[in-house]
Design a protein around this ligand. Structure first.
Ligand SMILES: Cc1ncc(COP(=O)(O)O)c(C=O)c1O
Length: 407
């Protein structure tokens, strides 16, 4: 469809009328001196329009994004290596910090190799384009992250299918039907490890069994699991006790629990070498800046070495759920730091978000098309940088916002 400028204006007005127009907010982290309570190394406080608010909607689950060790590594990296890579990895942009980080990520995930991508979005597109042929099936959960849904669209295949959320039996049936219809073709099974808007976990053991049985590549995007789940932070796979043979392609992002930026794919050496040849979002783009890789290396040390962050986060999740249940808030079935509070109606979710902001809490309203129609929600995310008192106060404010809407 051609969109003339007048048509765009009308389309924007229509979004506005449905309370679906999206807007950005300029959010400034509080300068560290002002932010730090005694002993604290990072802060969930932001300044919006000159007012301080507690951030309950970032993916900085371990509180590393403002950690001084990351900032110091980034600054030192910039002095040593410069601000920009200047070229793609395959030309002259691949530096020692990239190389070291890839080695460390491979070790962290227990794989032969890891390959850095500039973003998780690009990693997912790159994997699907590199691995799927025209007759292959690309199969994914209906609630997969947009980047996995788009990966299925961009892959050269003519056969892309979605199965009902979390339904491993349906995934297995689709793989079976594909194997019967096209016995010589391959298949790619794509899933989030932790679903980004619902916070629940994919049924990875059942998906891994189905993929193995049908010779499909299982690709797990563990953007919200790595660093957070499992006793040592190895993510959804550690949570379920799955190894590299069960999940041959692991995608991780570095802008969430790792507090920096970028992404990686971990797997065996032939897989990674193939991605270097064929993942277009790897080949045809500038390498991410080395100071970013340096900061991520510092983050990795904290993720691996400071288990207390995960333990504290787990306790805060439990505290939030207990208090929210006691207040009758409609929670979803999530045990992760993603704790959506359902509103259904977009206008109600937006109004509740505005009320919370007035009370000093920032929780974004998530509306269609990010989530299915009729399932608008406040996506609360918890972080190890929150205090128990912050969580308690948020629950009170959420309950009051809901009561205020009903009044
Ligand atoms: C499950 C999932 N995968 C991938 C991404 C994209 O990662 P990135 O922000 O690094 O592009 C996100 C969110 O950003 C996500 O939630």
């Amino acid at each position: 469809m051609r969109r003339a400028p007048e048509a765009l204006d009308a389309a924007l007005q229509a979004l506005e009328a449905q309370r679906l127009r999206r807007r950005r907010v300029v959010a400034a982290p509080l300068p560290r001196d002002a932010a730090a309570s005694p002993g604290a190394q990072s802060s969930p406080v932001l300044v919006l329009d000159g007012r301080r608010v507690l951030n309950f909607c970032s993916n900085d689950y371990l509180g590393l994004a403002t950690h001084p060790a990351l900032a110091a590594a980034m600054a030192a990296g910039a002095h040593a290596q410069g601000a920009g890579a200047g070229a793609s990895h395959l030309v002259s942009g691949h530096g020692p910090e990239h190389e070291a980080l890839e080695r460390e990520l491979a070790e962290f995930t227990g794989r032969e190799r890891a390959l850095l991508f500039s973003t998780g979005y690009m990693a997912n597109l790159g994997v699907a384009v590199a691995l799927a042929d025209r007759d292959d099936l690309v199969l994914g959960d209906r609630l997969n992250h947009a980047s996995l849904l788009d990966a299925a669209l961009l892959a050269r295949t003519r056969r892309a299918l979605r199965y009902p959320h979390g339904d491993a039996a349906a995934a297995r049936r689709a793989l079976e039907a594909h194997a019967a219809a096209a016995p010589r073709a391959g298949a790619l099974l794509l899933t989030d490890g932790v679903f980004s808007m619902d916070g629940d976990l994919a049924p990875l053991p059942a998906l891994a069994a189905a993929a193995r049985e049908h010779g499909a590549w299982l690709v797990v995007d563990d953007a919200h699991g790595l660093g957070v789940l499992g006793a040592t932070g190895r993510g959804s796979l550690e949570h379920f006790g799955l190894d590299a043979a069960a999940v041959p392609v692991l995608v991780g992002t570095l802008g969430k629990a790792f507090g920096s930026f970028g992404a990686f794919v971990a797997g065996d050496a032939p897989l990674v070498d193939w991605l270097v040849q064929r993942a277009r979002t790897y080949v045809y783009t500038t390498a991410l800046p080395q100071p970013v890789a340096a900061a991520t290396r510092a983050a990795l040390r904290l993720v691996a070495g400071e288990a207390w962050r995960r333990e504290k986060l787990g306790a805060l999740v439990q505290r939030f759920r207990d208090a929210a249940r006691a207040r009758g808030l409609p929670l979803m079935d999530s045990t992760t730091p993603i704790q959506p509070v359902m509103f259904g109606d977009s206008a109600a979710a937006l109004d509740a978000s505005a009320r919370l902001r007035d009370a000093g809490f920032w929780v974004g309203a998530i509306r269609p098309p990010t989530v299915p129609a009729g399932s608008a929600r406040l996506r609360v995310t918890l972080s190890a940088s929150h205090r128990e008192a912050d969580v308690d106060a948020l629950v009170v404010a959420l309950a009051e916002a809901r009561e205020g809407l009903a009044a």
